[in-house]
Design a protein around this ligand. Structure first.
Ligand code: SAH
Ligand code: SF4
Length: 381
């Protein structure tokens, strides 16, 4: 008999059925129970994560009887594609359905390695970034972000986080072990408010016996949940850390990101200074530029002072506009001036907007699904 291991209990979260993806080896051993030889759990683990099967029927190493028994209660549990939106710049936004019928988004962004610009399908030398969600919606309420308008529906389980990577990679013929593939937890949600599941997902993504990605190719972005930053720093296996700074003073940050009322800018900077960087790692600061609000040269100078002698780089993002967002995008000249001031102190890049035409760019994930935007049916690749 199989042991009943509820995903709910494993995730400590909302019920998501009996998905196998998201279980670590001890979870699978518990599921198969004492009557199965221990190597069966390893075989199942290998099929799920190293070979990345999409259904139990694809597993050839397990006896049919065991598969049949598994099938009565379990499924691999990858998210199912509801819709796919293709941008003219090669970006693909997936609307993915979860077991409880809620939907989330994941985005694939191909980039030309030689030019650093968007690379449409078929480009010869590409780097790929998969942007995944960590929650359904987000509770943080940043004033420039479309996801904020959804509020929080629930946390994602570790399996739902990993499942987005497995699904998008498979649908696009990519291998997770490909060193050209990066994962960023910058989709819907605040990953540090779902840290246990994010860390479990990271362990699964990086396990060499399984999916086998390098920690160096996974980045988590946070709005600044100060106590969780220290907790992240203590995790043995963790993604790289990016902080959404987005303001140059306490007061300005409070206006734009109400979370600052709870976690002050000074404490955030203190947590950044105390953060235990690995030898190969730098902190990343993201800064969304809002015309006439936080984009002046004086702001740039204050950002330089804030970042002081931190080992970091800065990514500037000119606001991606959206319905209900009461801000405007600055002119390119303003962005360039801001960048040139930061650059005198730390490396500073301007993130190119990707997939704005399909609402796939940063801060635009809110399940906007106009039929006009739709180009390909779900699952097509
Ligand atoms: N919740 C996390 C990760 C998801 S948001 C965080 O806030 O960091 C990912 C990035 O998109 C953040 O840096 C955020 O500041 C940025 N962002 C949000 N809304 C945006 C918008 N409308 N235009 C440009 N960037 C935006
Ligand atoms: Fe949430 Fe990040 Fe959007 Fe803020 S910017 S509301 S933290 S997803």
């Amino acid at each position: 008999m199989l042991q009943v291991v509820e995903s709910q209990a494993l995730a400590g979260d909302a019920l998501v059925g009996h998905a196998l993806v998201g279980m670590e080896l001890p979870d699978l051993e518990k599921l198969l129970g004492p009557n199965q030889p221990t190597y069966r759990a390893k075989q199942l683990y290998d099929a799920l994560y190293r070979r990345q099967v999409a259904s139990l029927s694809e597993i050839s190493t397990l006896p049919q009887a065991l598969k049949n028994e598994l099938l009565t209660r379990n499924s691999v549990g990858l998210p199912s594609p509801e819709r796919r939106f293709d941008s003219s710049d090669g970006t693909r936004r997936y609307l993915l359905r979860l077991e409880d019928n809620r939907t989330i988004e994941a985005v694939l962004m191909p980039e030309d390695i030689d030019t650093g610009t968007a690379a449409p399908e078929g480009a010869a030398r590409c780097r790929y970034t998969i942007c995944i969600s960590s929650q359904v919606g987000c509770p943080v309420d940043c004033k420039f972000c479309l996801t904020a308008l959804m509020g929080l529906e629930r946390n994602l389980t570790a399996g739902e986080i990993v499942g987005q990577v497995l699904f998008v990679a498979r649908a696009n013929g990519l291998k997770a072990t490909d060193t050209r593939l990066n994962v960023v937890m910058m989709g819907m949600g605040e990953p540090l408010l779902n840290l246990d599941n994010v860390l479990k997902a990271t362990r699964l993504l990086t396990d060499r016996a399984g999916i086998g990605m390098s920690e160096k190719r996974i980045t988590l972005s946070t709005s600044g949940i100060v106590p969780k930053i220290s907790e992240l720093g203590r995790a043995a296996v963790r993604p790289k850390l990016a902080i959404s700074l987005n303001a140059s003073t306490e007061e300005q940050r409070r206006q734009l990101m109400p979370i600052t009322r709870k976690y002050h800018l000074a404490d955030l900077m203190e947590a950044c200074r105390a953060y235990p960087l690995r030898p190969w790692e730098k902190l990343t600061f993201e800064y969304v530029l809002l015309r006439g609000v936080n984009d002046t040269d004086a702001d740039a100078k204050r950002v330089v002072r804030l970042l002081g002698n931190l080992n970091c780089k800065v990514n500037l993002i000119a606001l991606n506009p959206g319905p209900g967002i009461p801000f405007e995008t600055p002119d390119p000249e303003r962005v360039a001036s801001f960048q040139s001031i930061i650059r005198r102190a730390v490396p500073c890049f301007v993130r190119k907007p990707r997939g704005r035409d399909i609402f796939a760019a940063c801060g635009q994930l809110k399940r906007v699904s106009t039929d006009l935007l739709e180009i390909a049916p779900a699952g097509a690749s």
